[in-house]
Design a protein around this ligand. Structure first.
Ligand SMILES: O=P(O)(O)OC[C@H]1O[C@H](O)[C@H](O)[C@@H](O)[C@@H]1O
Ligand SMILES: [Fe+2]
Length: 191
C-alpha cells in the first residue's frame, strides 16, 4: 500500500483555479473532430489555438479506495453554433461514478450510456450532478461570458476512456437556436 499524507489544496471560488497545482489545459487544436461544424472549427483554429477548458489531476493514487478530485473550468464561447465543451469520456472502469458540484456559471452535463440512453442536467451555482457508473459525460458551458466552474470527485481507479467518444461522438449535442441552448441529435453520430 502506498502511504499518502493528508494534504490541503486551494481552489479559487471565482475562477476555479488552484494556486497549489498546475492545471491540464485543452486548447481548440486538442478538440479536432469533436465539434459538429468542421468548417467553423478550422476557421476558428486558423485565428489561434484558444484555451477551451482546464482541469486538475491532483495526483491521488489510482486505487479504488482513493478519491480523485479537482476543479474543471470550461471557458465561454461557441464553435459555429455549438457551445464550448469538454471532450467527454466513459470511465475505463466503466461502472465507476462521478459527482460534479457547480461553483460558477451556467451549463449542462451531457450524458449517455453504451446502450443509447441519453440525459442532460443543468449546472447552476449550488447544483450537484451525480453521474452514475456506465454514463459517459461531457461538461458544456452555455453562458455567453462566464466560465463554467465545477468541482468533481470520482474513484481513483476510474481512468478515462476517450476512444469511444472520439470515434462515435455523443448522440446528442447542445447548440444555440434562437439564442437559446437546444439539444439536437448529432448529425455526425457514428455508432
Ligand atoms: O477528460 P475530459 O473529458 O477532457 O474532461 C476534463 C475533465 O473533466 C472533469 O473535470 C473530470 O472529472 C476530469 O476527470 C476530466 O479529465
Ligand atoms: Fe469522468
Amino acid at each position: 500500500m502506498t502511504a499518502i499524507f493528508p494534504s490541503l489544496h486551494e481552489f479559487n471560488l471565482n475562477n476555479g483555479l488552484s494556486s497549489t497545482r498546475e492545471p491540464i489545459r485543452r486548447t481548440l487544436s486538442k478538440m479536432k473532430g469533436m465539434f459538429h461544424d468542421q468548417a467553423a472549427f478550422e476557421a476558428q483554429l486558423s485565428k489561434g489555438d484558444a484555451l477551451l477548458y482546464e482541469f486538475y489531476d491532483m495526483g491521488v493514487p489510482d486505487s479504488e479506495k482513493d478519491v480523485a478530485y479537482g476543479t474543471s473550468i470550461t471557458y465561454p464561447g461557441k464553435v459555429g453554433d455549438e457551445y464550448h465543451m469538454t471532450k467527454g469520456h466513459f470511465h475505463t472502469v466503466i461502472d465507476t461514478a462521478e459527482v460534479y458540484y457547480c461553483l460558477r456559471g451556467h451549463g449542462y452535463m451531457m450524458m449517455e450510456t453504451p446502450e443509447g440512453e441519453t440525459q442532460w442536467l443543468e449546472f447552476l451555482p449550488g447544483k450537484a450532478v451525480y453521474v452514475p457508473g456506465r454514463w459517459a459525460h461531457r461538461s458544456i458551458n452555455v453562458h455567453p461570458t462566464e466560465p463554467l466552474v465545477t468541482f468533481f470527485a470520482f474513484p481513483g481507479n476510474a481512468g478515462h476512456d476517450y476512444g469511444t467518444i472520439e470515434s462515435k461522438g455523443f448522440r446528442k449535442l447542445m447548440v444555440e437556436r434562437d439564442g437559446k441552448p437546444t439539444v439536437i441529435d448529432n448529425p455526425r453520430w457514428n455508432g
